[in-house]
Design a protein around this ligand. Structure first.
Ligand code: ACM
Ligand code: ZN
Length: 763
């Protein structure tokens, strides 16, 4: 919108708060028409609110009082300068905002629409109002640009999640988190209250849940795939009393945010079973988990367990006014159920097919109970396995497929695929990022998200209620780090869910990005610890007429890139750099001679494959295909930790065959590649694979080797395919069978494994 028009305001009065106003709203409204001139708001401005719009009125008055030192006087609908009136023709949650020099008119059909009009007005006011102004700046007047905005959300469910089990965040921080959602016109807060590492909600009937289950003896240090395993030796925990919960729920109502509490079952229940061992299959005392991952001890579906869960839900349900209770349902390994006499008898007695059938029976029973209390359940997409409960809403996280299947079964869906919505993933390729769970989800990829999969027709697509981003906190111990992981990516999920997915990415993303740069002033005023990678550099290999070039770009406008190649003289970047040998590029962004952001560096291996052609029997999974098939021979290796970057390619469950055509017979001495191995996220390097080299006629095999991979303990498995060898070849073929279904006892048991492969280096 920066491009539409920058409204330059004239300061016609010394008492006007100086501001250089550009209309830079996030999320972007559906339509905006800018005019010249402005409306002046000060302590004499009068306002009328339709009584039904109390939530909007309270928000605006509190915002002005705390930021500007005044609130607005009330006047009649006829006389007020700012009028919020009801107009049944406005869409649900939408509003029409018209600002002229003497009047602001807002029309909305419901209180949410009026509330979101206030959020827009808030973003049209200077960011300084987000904090209390210094006394001498107070009681001034503020200018709002004249414009007309027509706005409404594309999706009714616009959510963010927070895991308070892996790390606990107190009620004041949770309120701040919710307030930040309101700023972005998001309306659902999914509060993940129970898990293996801590039970966080007081249940009066079962005091041990918080006396015992809210505390763990110690916590794993570093990444949970690091060896050796290290622990901090410090007792850790905390919980919310029911009074705390009521306070947060009441606050959320003032922000137009509905809270969806999650009580996990039948898996992720170790803290509960630790408090009441009879809830498990073995009856044995187990500790609250001290490390991360998926645990075998899950609720045993006996009558006592159902009584317990119904009693818990009977205390939870009245605390939360929203229509949904999230019952989890994900990652429940079936090992204990397979070895439990009660579970096996239940499968027989109820005529269930297997343990998946038992999981489905479990969820059905809980759904019936929750429905009987007038609420609906949401479950993670595993609740599809063994048959969906009749009224369940599905949260599709393992990808989009669960959501597609559920929509086709006429069930409502919230999309939250790991590929685009997991904010616990790395967001930058910079090596000094704080340790994260893995993966790579930059702002750009979040912005590219479309919650409606192509596979669904228009009728089926109606079942997609919206999307949510999740913040799992295994590696996020502090409030500051929560904010770092959430911002600015939350701005992108807000725009995807409110404004709608981008239909012209090349044009929309730069526009969004420039608004993000501007929005950071507001985040600063709100004291939000956002990640700032506005001044990062992105590098890309280009192939032109058989030659290799390296292109450098930085996402914000008006900056200069200076680079050096192999430590040579620093030069100003003007065009892609010709690469003819192994090269190390270092670079920085400058503005007016001042260095911004962090150092960039990339190593390019100029190997024999770099100018070759590559083909694959199947395309990579679209969620992990950022670099395309060429990424396997572009001279650049992927990160050791971020398999979602643009160098690794991911394939889910499929056998892979790669053919590299060197263009002519060449002498080859060595071929190497790497596989990623991260069982916690179901990535398993293959057990074995083969490589063959063929002559120019494409027929005669001159070399064939089958390789077994034995030590799969490392995160990335480097393999030498051809070593100390000399052969002439034109075609190189590599067959990589998928690891297969993940067996019991390993992370991701019962699911297809992912294969991730990196650069194939031919020398
Ligand atoms: C999940 O991430 N286990 C829902
Ligand atoms: Zn059992």
């Amino acid at each position: 919108m920066r491009n539409i028009l920058a409204v330059i305001l004239t300061l016609f009065c010394a008492n006007v708060f100086s501001q250089n106003t550009e209309v830079e709203l996030i999320p972007k409204p559906q339509s905006i028409e800018l005019k010249t001139g402005s409306f002046k708001i000060d302590k004499n401005t009068t306002i009328y609110f339709e009584p039904e719009f109390e939530i909007a009125e309270n928000f605006l008055q509190d915002f002005l009082q705390s930021g500007a030192g005044f609130s607005l006087k009330k006047a009649s609908e006829k006389e007020a300068n700012i009028i919020f009136e009801k107009d049944a023709s406005q869409p649900s949650e939408g509003y029409l905002l018209d600002i002229s020099n003497l009047k602001i008119s807002v029309k909305a059909s419901d209180a949410s629409g009026a509330f979101y009009a206030v959020q827009t007005l808030r973003q049209l006011l200077p960011p300084e109002l987000e904090k209390s102004l210094a006394p001498k700046e107070r009681n001034k007047s503020f200018l709002i640009p004249q414009l007309t905005i027509t706005d409404f959300p594309k999706f009714q469910y616009r959510g963010m999640h927070l895991d308070v089990s892996r790390h606990f965040f107190d009620k004041e921080f949770v309120k701040k988190y919710i307030a930040n959602l309101a700023l972005l016109k998001m309306n659902k807060f999914h509060w993940h209250l129970t898990d293996d590492q801590g039970w966080r909600i007081e249940i009066k009937k079962y005091p041990e849940l918080t006396a015992k289950g809210a505390f763990r003896e110690e916590t794993r240090i570093g990444h949970y795939e690091d060896k050796p395993e290290l622990y901090d030796g410090k007792r850790y925990g905390g919980f919310y009393t029911q009074e705390d919960i009521k306070e947060v729920v009441a606050f959320a109502a003032t922000q137009n945010v509905t809270i969806i509490p999650e009580i996990e079952m039948p898996g992720h229940a170790q803290a509960a079973i630790s408090s009441y061992p009879e809830l498990g299959c073995t009856g044995k005392q187990i500790p609250v988990a001290t490390t991360w991952g998926v645990f075998e001890d899950i609720f045993c579906p006996k009558e006592e367990t159902f009584t317990f869960l119904e009693n818990v839900l009977s205390e939870v349900i009245p605390l939360f006014p929203g229509e949904y209770i999230h019952i989890g349902g994900d990652e429940a390994p079936k090992l204990r159920w397979k070895n439990c006499a009660h579970c096996q008898k239940l499968i027989k007695d109820k005529n269930l097919k297997d343990e998946n059938g038992l999981q489905s029976y479990f969820i059905h029973r809980i759904e019936e109970f929750v429905n009987s209390k007038g609420k609906k359940i949401i479950g993670w997409d595993e609740i599809l396995e063994g048959g969906l409960a009749p009224n369940a809403t599905v949260m599709s996280w393992r990808g989009m497929q669960g959501g597609i299947d559920a929509a086709r079964q006429k069930h409502e869906v919230i999309m939250t695929p790991v590929s685009h919505c997991y904010f616990d993933y790395y967001q930058s390729e910079n090596l000094d990022e704080p340790v994260a769970i893995g993966g790579f989800l930059p702002l750009k990829k979040v912005y590219s998200f479309n919650p409606i999969p192509d596979e669904l027709n228009a009728e089926e697509a109606k079942y997609i209620l919206g999307a949510q981003a999740n913040l799992w906190t295994e590696y996020i111990p502090t409030e500051k780090q929560v904010e770092y992981m959430v911002f600015p990516r939350a701005l992108a999920i807000s725009e995807v869910t409110w404004s709608g997915p981008s239909t012209n990415f090349e044009k929309d993303y730069p526009d969004f990005f420039s608004r993000v740069e501007d929005f950071m002033k507001r985040l600063d005023a709100l004291n939000i610890n956002y990640a700032n990678y506005l001044y990062e550099i992105e590098g890309k290999i280009l192939k032109v007429d058989g030659k290799i070039f390296y292109e450098l770009t930085t996402p914000t406008k008006g900056k200069e890139i200076r680079y050096s190649i192999n430590n040579s003289k620093v030069e100003v970047y003007s065009k892609p750099i010709l690469i003819e040998k192994d090269s190390k590029i270092t670079a920085n962004v400058f503005k007016n001679g001042e260095k911004l952001g962090r150092n960039f560096s990339e190593e390019i291996k100029y190997h024999k494959g770099i100018t070759a052609e590559i083909s694959l029997n199947i395309p990579p999974n679209p969620a992990y295909a950022a670099g395309g098939k060429e990424a396997l021979i572009n001279g650049i290796s992927g990160s050791d930790k971020r398999y979602g970057d643009k160098e690794w390619l991911g394939f889910w469950g499929d056998d892979l065959e790669i053919t590299i055509d060197l263009g002519k017979q060449m002498e080859v001495h060595s071929i190497k590649t790497r596989f990623f191995n991260s069982p916690g996220v179901w990535i398993y390097s293959p057990k074995e694979f083969s490589i063959s080299c063929e002559n120019a006629d494409g027929k005669k095999v001159s070399y064939l080797k089958n390789i077994k991979l034995e030590d799969q303990n490392k995160i990335s498995v480097q393999v030498d395919l051809v070593e100390n060898f000399s052969l002439k070849t034109r075609y190189i073929k590599i067959k990589v069978p998928n690891y297969g279904m993940i067996p019991d006892g390993l992370q991701g048991a019962g699911h297809k494994a992912w294969t991730f492969i990196d650069e194939i280096i031919v020398e």
